[in-house]
Design a protein around this ligand. Structure first.
Ligand code: HEM
Length: 821
């Protein structure tokens, strides 16, 4: 891991001095006694942020899964439509008529200052902590009915087109429009929202819950709405679409490629539309994301005693099946650096670089004040409904192994061999008798590929992040090989099947196997048995489970994508180790040299050595600490002494996606809102509560990702309770809301009882054995380290495998030939 350059600075400067070691010791020992003696202060939540969240345990919760920005969220107070000092709007109720696109029934309230009985937090010591002003809303008696007419909406559309200089992009009728196209139409819809919000002085509640109710099919904006978010006809088939269309027959666009992330809690945008989250105390910007990283998420090496880094990489691999927010790219489909653009005097509308504090311990010595950051591309809700900024997921939402095949027909076509049901591979090591590599990315060789030697290429796969870190490249390679292994076996059993049938059936089996491994091996370790049982995300030992629910939105939530499932960043190991087939250590390289630089696998035999590393290297443990290999050296070009800071990016991403803070999520999960820093002391590891008190103004300001990874682990789990709750809810939705889930019965997609029994034999260790070149022994549960008693190494041949004979058909009748007695 090497020594950290994020060790607390002893230089005495205003903001860093607060966290210098001496200062810390002094303050900590002075303030702990006052913690123990002071009364627990009572703080009511900030009114501008005061929402009535629905928790997973609430009876109405089901309905929140119906779509983002559902009208179920009640905002208790909102900005004044007249901008007068204290006259506000209570939540409006909404109706429509033939002339009125939206009728707002408004009730005015006046916010009277509450009598504060609170004593200052950490009384007498940390007097710097400020409190948000407290108000009690009292109705003024004034009510108003406001009609936004269709003609008003039409005028707003024309105004928005003019402001944006809008020209309709080509390709809106495609079910697979590309992010730059969606971006143009989505920004137009946002502009319409802005125009209406200003004209009618809409409150955040009205923007969030009212505007989406406008029927745009009665306006000209409908012509600008891309086809993939409009209703389409569906038929029931055995195989999934690549985009996820028609998985949900009731709402065919749920869970579809290029549709927005779902909200479990309403967004917290400072302006109600798209402004970054701000402090609840005074509306000022939150502390620099870089400052939070350098204060809380330093590099401390703490290897886990049980888990291997395979569990970390599997988490990332599964994430790459589920989520990818669209980053903006340049005209050559390449990444660009906002800081470099600004140095050259140009800009991009989605550029929003992170400002680095003057006394930053990593970047300041190099005179760097600007850290690259771009907002994610905006997207459309179903039917292009108006409302606050939404961000698109460029992947299909179910666990469907799309990291092998892609989330669009176009990408699948690029990756398929169209022969024998196979995927394209690169037989580079034929001469050595070694298994193939992924196909090389030769069309756009510099895309997300760093320091490429002229004769070598990065790789292509179903997910564009295949080269992000070397172990992902390894997993992608193993899974493409496994697809081809299964397709080849099916072809031998069913010579009458054509390419399409072989490909689709192998794909169907692969998706089922990935679902099973995730439920059987990954989630119980991640969440602990109590949580997986509570959320019913366990494997059913025998038979089918028919609890499909078409009302469950399968789409990944913002909280999951932007924070909770980034839990994995704390498990990243700073060194990439290699082991031989006897599990002996061979050597290691710093991770940053293997990010977007997968060239090591061009050496014959290295693939197996890296697999050896995956199953033998301990993961880092769950704590607030992040290896500097990614929190300062992420994608570091060879000629530079530093790279990007992934932790800072995570925080900034949450803010730009309008993600409510950590405390709001604690409440949503039923864990109770921390009322003071003191409440957080037993909840967070080490001295994180204290460090937070030095950089944030209020517990409500803490960013979700930061608070989540700092929590004390749940017993028997890898992570803390807030992330566990968000992730468990997500996987519950993914399981119940997927019509193609592997243990459903009675559908064309269902496996026979025998086939299902075989699928349930899938184990990660066997997949590694089958697809590595020569790994003869392995521990059965590869996400845990080998142990002579609890997880001994066994011969690969002793591990169970799927018996594909249960897929063999009579070529004449199509009937399956094998039945279990
Ligand atoms: C060496 C390992 C890893 C690297 C280099 C890496 C890097 C990155 C980067 C650059 C992003 C984009 C951040 C942004 O712009 O918002 C990202 C996003 C993300 N990462 Fe990681 N990551 C790693 C491991 C993991 C692991 C182990 C997990 C989970 C177990 C994970 C989960 C996520 C998730 C959920 C996202 C959001 C993806 C999206 O929807 O766009 N990552 N990661």
């Amino acid at each position: 891991m090497g020594s950290s350059i994020y060790q607390m600075s002893t230089r005495s400067k205003p903001c860093w001095s607060k966290i210098s070691t001496l200062c810390f010791l002094f303050t900590f020992f002075s303030f702990v006694p006052s913690l123990l003696t002071s009364q627990i202060p009572v703080i009511t939540s900030d009114q501008s942020n005061a929402i009535t969240p629905l928790s997973p345990s609430s009876p109405s919760y089901q309905s929140t899964t119906l779509g983002s920005n559902s009208a179920l969220f009640a905002v208790e107070t909102a900005e004044s439509p007249k901008n007068s000092a204290n006259v506000l709007l209570a939540p409006s109720s909404y109706t429509q008529s033939s002339e009125c696109a939206l009728i707002l029934q408004r009730t005015y309230v006046v916010n009277l200052p509450s009598e504060s009985t609170r004593s200052p937090l950490f009384a007498g010591f940390l007097s710097v902590i400020k409190q948000p002003a407290q108000f009690t809303p009292v109705p003024t008696g004034k009510q108003e009915e406001l009609c936004i007419r269709y003609v008003d909406v039409e005028t707003a559309i024309q105004e928005a087109k003019y402001r944006r200089n809008y020209i309709r992009p080509n390709g809106l009728n495609s079910l697979e429009p590309l992010p730059p196209i969606i971006s143009q139409t989505a920004e137009l819809a946002l502009e319409v929202t802005r125009v209406l919000a200003t004209q009618f002085k809409l409150s955040p509640d009205e923007i969030l819950n009212g505007l989406p109710l406008i029927d745009l099919s009665r306006t000209t904006l409908w012509e600008e709405c891309p086809a993939h978010v409009k209703p389409i006809p569906c038929t029931i088939e055995r195989y999934r679409t690549f985009t996820g269309h028609c998985n949900n027959l009731k709402t065919p666009s749920w869970g579809v490629t290029f549709t927005p992330f779902v909200r479990y809690l309403p967004p917290v945008y400072s302006n109600g539309i798209d402004g970054y989250r701000v402090s609840v105390v005074d509306g000022s910007p939150l502390p620099s994301a870089r400052m939070v990283t350098a204060t809380v998420h330093r590099d401390v090496d703490r290897p886990d005693s049980d888990l291997t880094i395979l569990i970390m990489s599997w988490g990332q691999f599964i994430d790459h099946d589920l989520t990818l927010a669209a980053p903006p790219r340049d005209e050559n489909d390449l990444e660009f650096d906002c800081c470099e653009l600004r140095e050259r005097g140009t800009d991009h509308p989605l550029c929003a670089p992170i400002i680095i504090p003057d006394d930053d311990p990593l970047y300041s010595p190099f005179g760097k004040r600007c850290h690259d950051f771009k907002r994610s591309v905006a997207g459309h809700r179903p039917n292009c409904a108006l409302g606050p900024r939404a961000h698109i997921n460029t992947l299909s939402s179910p666990i469907d192994a799309n990291f092998i095949y892609g989330s669009s027909d176009a990408l699948a076509r690029r990756l398929r061999a169209f022969k024998g049901g196979l995927m394209k591979v690169w037989d580079r090591f034929n001469a050595y008798g070694l298994k193939p590599l992924l196909p090389p990315e030769s069309d756009n060789p510099e895309r997300d590929c760093t320091a490429r030697p002229r004769h070598l290429f990065c790789f292509i796969a179903g997910d564009e992040r295949v080269n992000e870190q070397i172990h992902l490249t390894v997993l992608h390679t193993l899974y493409v090989r496994d697809h081809n292994r299964i397709a080849t076996a099916l072809a031998e059993l069913n010579p009458h099947w054509d390419d399409e049938k072989l490909f689709q059936e192998a794909r169907h089996i692969m998706a089922a196997s990935v679902q099973h491994i995730t439920l059987n091996e990954f989630l119980p370790l991640l969440l602990g048995t109590e949580m997986v049982e509570k959320y019913n995300i366990t494997v059913q030992a025998e038979g089918y489970r028919d609890d499909y629910d078409a009302n469950v939105h399968i789409g990944p939530s913002h909280a999951f994508q932007t924070a909770a499932f980034r839990f994995g960043h704390t498990f990243i190991q700073g060194m990439v180790r290699r082991y031989d087939k006897f599990h002996q250590f061979l050597g290691e390289d710093p991770l940053h040299n293997l990010l977007r630089q997968p060239f090591i696998v061009y050496e014959p035999g290295k693939m197996d050595e890296l697999i050896g590393g995956l199953i033998n290297t301990p993961a880092q443990t769950y704590d607030p600490f992040i290896t500097q290999e990614v929190s300062g050296r992420l994608f570091q070009p060879p000629h530079k002494p530093f790279g990007l800071d992934l932790a800072a990016i995570n925080l900034e991403r949450g803010r730009e996606h309008g993600l409510p803070g950590y405390n709001a999520w604690r409440e949503w999960c039923g864990l109770g809102r921390a009322q003071s820093w003191q409440d957080l002391v037993p909840v967070l590891q080490n001295n994180t509560a204290y460090l937070y008190s030095q950089i944030y103004k209020h517990p409500d300001d803490i960013d979700l990702w930061s608070g989540g990874i700092s929590e004390v682990r749940l017993p028997g789990a890898m992570i803390g309770p807030t992330f566990a709750c968000i992730i468990a809810q997500q996987f519950s939705n993914i399981r119940r809301g997927d019509r193609f889930w592997y243990d459903r019965s009675g559908l064309p997609s269902s496996f026979t009882p025998e086939q299902l029994y075989e699928i349930k034999k899938s184990v990660q260790s066997k997949i590694i054995c089958e697809n590595a070149d020569d790994i003869p022994t392995i521990q059965t549960w590869v996400m845990r380290q080998a142990h002579p008693i609890f997880n001994p190494r066994v011969a690969c041949s002793d591990l169970p495998s799927i018996d594909l004979r249960y897929w063999q058909e009579d070529p004449n009748t199509g009937a399956l030939l094998y039945r279990r007695k």
